[in-house]
Design a protein. Structure first.
Length: 515
């Protein structure tokens, strides 16, 4: 007797059920997709609901089964103070390390002092953010000279998208300075590196701009004169401090990297040949990053100079008189040349918290814990800022200070206070319901509690921001809850490594491997 054929509908149901089971198993044990909701990882991962660009990412949930997170991983994990909230940040500090934030860079503190944490070349390439011509394009500027570049000396001529110079005399000097007056020059503008449609929708940033000293400048030079003397200089100028200078200097067909102060050159690289004469052209790239200078010709590295002895560690805030970083292109002596295809990029600029006061800059990571930061430090609540507060309640749901009531039920939860001039966001805590004398509090397990009480003005500050500890009014008067900083992520909280952006394809094309 032959085998009986199952009905087609039954086969379809079995196939669909198998597919659903496969997808469920994939979600819980292998891979899962996440939507990026906020700006904390921009421009690596974009979360801009107002512009319609929110990256969808794929998380490899098997990545940490055999080992813990590695430095520089972009990882997904449960919020250490709210178990029901998943976050995505970059791992920068490992168990047992002390991490320091200074001068825009991250450092590991050891017995011999602090050493900058240098990133793999692949990651560094992915983290550069275009400054020029992107800023000029957004302002609708077509000329080089004016808002973007200022002539300090010499008779520069602009034509066909480039600059030309002809000068005579051994003592002649011509110089251009990158000015970019609108955002303040070489600063950590939060719009750098973002698609135009995200910028057009509005990009907020916390705190004033800081000057960025990790910069890359590229230009193509064509020389009609033999062996012109040309330099690309990055100067760090601070009131009351010695001027620091990092430079790619070219003369007589040879180049050298220089680190100098007001007393002159203090360190130089080995010289290298620069084929720039008699009508030849060459693309030069000069980089100062992670306490190193690098020179490239035509995309090929030709010199590297360690500059750790010359680093500037304090924050440079131009509007506060804290100093600036100046990029300058100079030509010395008789020369005839043309400069075109200028591009300037800046690195991610790590900074101490903009909302914690005083802002800690050094963090010692406990065993089995990790230190994580967002790639957009000005828009990220991360290991620099996480803190918990503890509140209590009576049996009938009235808000009290648990330190004064031994019989009260106490809950701990993440502190992210609602600014007094706007509506709360979903992850802020506690939330005060206007006119209802109700405080909504979410504890570390993600459970919400509606308590009878209210917020009262803080007698010590005029404005409430994300880490201002609120004053509360409950059953027994006014008090300020305890605060406990909790900056580290337990290994058990990690869900996996973010490996791929697969959406959206419009309005911004976002597809590729996450570095």
């Amino acid at each position: 007797m032959g085998a009986r054929r199952e009905p087609g509908i039954r086969n379809g149901i079995d196939g669909l059920a198998s597919a659903v089971i496969f997808l469920v198993l994939m979600k819980y044990f292998a891979a899962e997709a996440y939507v990026i909701p906020s700006a904390s990882m921009q421009p690596t991962l974009i979360g801009s609901p107002q512009s319609g660009v929110q990256d969808r990412v794929l998380v490899d949930k098997t990545a940490y089964l055999a080992h813990g997170p590695r430095r520089w991983d972009v990882a997904a994990f449960r919020h250490p103070l709210r178990a029901t909230q998943d976050l995505v940040k970059r791992v920068v500090g490992l168990p047992g390390e002390t991490i320091s934030i200074a001068g825009g860079n991250l450092h590991r503190v050891g017995a011999d002092g602090e050493d900058v944490l240098r990133r793999p070349a692949e990651l560094l390439r992915a983290q550069w953010r275009e400054v020029f011509p992107a800023r000029a394009r957004r302002r609708g500027e077509e000329r080089l000279l004016g808002a973007s570049f200022v002539v300090e000396r010499g008779e520069w001529q602009e034509k066909g998208g480039g600059l030309s110079l002809r000068q005579d005399g051994a003592d002649a000097v011509a110089a251009l300075r990158f000015a970019d007056a609108s955002p303040g020059g070489l600063v950590d503008d939060a719009r750098d590196g973002l698609p135009d449609q995200v910028v057009d929708a509005g990009v907020a940033a916390t705190g004033p701009n800081e000057a960025v000293q990790d910069v890359r400048a590229q230009l193509t030079v064509g020389a009609a004169s033999p062996g012109p003397a040309l330099s690309i200089e990055l100067a760090i100028e601070r009131p009351g401090h010695a001027r620091r200078r990092f430079e790619l200097a070219i003369a007589a067909g040879h180049g050298v990297l220089i680190a100098a102060d007001e007393g002159g050159p203090r360190a130089t690289s080995d010289p290298f040949d620069v084929p720039l004469a008699g009508g030849a052209s060459c693309t030069l790239r000069f980089t100062h990053v992670d306490d190193e200078c690098v020179a490239e010709l035509g995309g090929r590295e030709v010199a590297r100079l360690d500059c750790r002895a010359f680093r500037t560690r304090d924050a440079l805030v131009p509007d506060a008189g804290g100093g600036t970083v100046v990029l300058r292109i100079a030509v010395h002596g008789a020369a005839e040349l043309r400069i075109a295809a200028i591009r300037i990029d800046r690195d991610v600029h790590y900074r101490a918290s903009c909302i914690a006061s005083p802002a800690p800059t050094r963090f010692t990571v406990p065993a089995d814990r990790y230190f994580v930061l967002g790639d957009e430090p000005r828009n990220s609540i991360d290991s620099r800022d996480w803190a918990a507060i503890t509140v209590g309640a009576t049996s009938d749901g009235r808000l009290v200070d648990p330190r004064a009531h031994a019989d009260a039920v106490a809950w701990k939860g993440a502190l992210r206070t609602v600014a007094s001039d706007r509506l709360p966001e979903v992850d802020e805590n506690p939330i005060f319901v206007p006119g209802a004398s109700t405080v909504l509090f979410t504890d570390t397990l993600g459970e919400s509690h509606a308590l009878r009480g209210e917020q009262v003005p803080n007698p010590h500050v005029e404005f409430i921001d994300s880490l201002t500890v609120p004053w509360l009014r409950g059953a027994d008067g006014d008090w300020q809850p305890e605060i406990e900083f909790a900056p580290f992520v337990p290994r058990a909280a990690f869900l996996g490594r973010v490996v791929f952006v697969f959406w959206p394809t419009w309005p911004a094309f976002r597809l590729g491997v996450v570095r």
